[in-house]
Design a protein around this ligand. Structure first.
Ligand code: RIB
Length: 297
């Protein structure tokens, strides 16, 4: 079994600020850092910390060669990554004193994935291989259709949420990972119990993980509802915490581990990532996650 992540690759420019800039305001940053990011790239890094065969597909410009090298250095197969004539995707990220962020995205090469390229990549994968998707690249419906026709197991984290997500056929998805805002947007329900009911009634075969920030997370399928509390840590930078959760949960879940353990591992990993600056560089190793105890911090 292999995992292919068809996802975004961004150059993240982090500005450390006292507060997120307001409309019309000009403020000075305490620091600026250029780092490897993108929800796709971050999730691949988190996946490979806990899974051997991880492949990443997606597009970068000539300015993004270092992203490919970084993934390769982490043990990810990058042979499917395409070079585009357009510049690499960029994210301008402000992180404030409370560790909260605000992000402006430039799509760039992330929207250069044409159907021929997608078909060529997916032709190298088989039934029951896992296809991981976020919502930062183009041709998402086509990728979902192709993966489903190949009987791959589709994992969708529809971040950042857009109107297009409502067009995705969730009957083709095996595992959906959403935060509370995304869950409300997709279901048009405001209350968690209604959200769960919506998924169970409309998509009985779908497995869903809903992350609820400091209120933990919930796994739901047609029979089970499993809750996990959040860990209380001192937040330095929350960027990439959701990606860390997704990568660790997905790798553990498709090894057929107990869902309680999958939720616990992913929650620990994302809590640890919040205690460090950056997105992909803050993702912990599996040894650190297994050792983690809330009282250590
Ligand atoms: O989820 C964090 C990521 O969102 C950042 O790395 C940035 O690139 C944006 O895509």
């Amino acid at each position: 079994m292999k995992i292919i992540n068809f996802g975004s690759l961004n150059i993240d420019i982090f500005f450390r600020v006292n507060h997120i800039v307001k409309p019309g305001e000009t403020i000075s940053a305490q620091s600026i850092e250029k780092r490897a990011g993108g929800k796709g790239l971050n999730q691949s890094i988190a996946l490979v910390k806990n899974f051997d065969k991880v492949y990443h597909a997606g597009s970068v410009g000539s300015d993004g060669a270092f992203l490919k090298e970084y993934l390769k250095g982490e043990g990810i197969d990058t042979s499917f990554i395409k070079e585009s004539k357009n510049p690499t995707g960029n994210a301008i990220i402000q992180v404030d004193d409370k560790g909260e962020n605000s992000i402006v995205l430039y799509k760039g090469a992330n929207f250069d994935n044409d159907k021929e390229y997608i078909a060529q990549v997916l032709s190298k994968f088989d039934k029951d291989d896992i296809l991981v998707l976020q919502n930062e690249i183009n041709n998402m419906e086509y990728i979902i259709d192709m993966g489903y026709k190949k009987q791959m197991k589709l994992v969708l984290n529809p971040s950042p949420i857009t109107k297009e997500v409502k067009k995705f056929d969730l009957n083709k998805i095996d595992l959906l990972l959403v935060n509370e805002t995304e869950a409300k947007e997709i279901t048009n329900c405001q209350d968690i119990d209604q959200i769960i009911e919506y998924f169970r009634e409309n998509y009985p075969d779908l497995k869903v993980v809903i992350t609820l920030g400091c209120n933990g997370s919930i796994f739901v399928d047609k029979e089970n509802k499993i809750c996990q509390e959040a860990y209380n840590v001192e937040a330095v930078d929350s960027t990439g915490a959701g990606d860390t959760f997704t990568g660790f949960f997905v790798a553990e879940f498709y090894k057929n581990k107990d869902v309680n353990d999958c939720l616990k591992l992913a929650t620990k990993a994302s809590a640890l990532s919040v205690t460090k600056q950056g997105a992909s560089i803050s993702i912990p190793n599996i040894e650190e996650v297994k050792k983690f105890d809330e009282e250590d911090l």
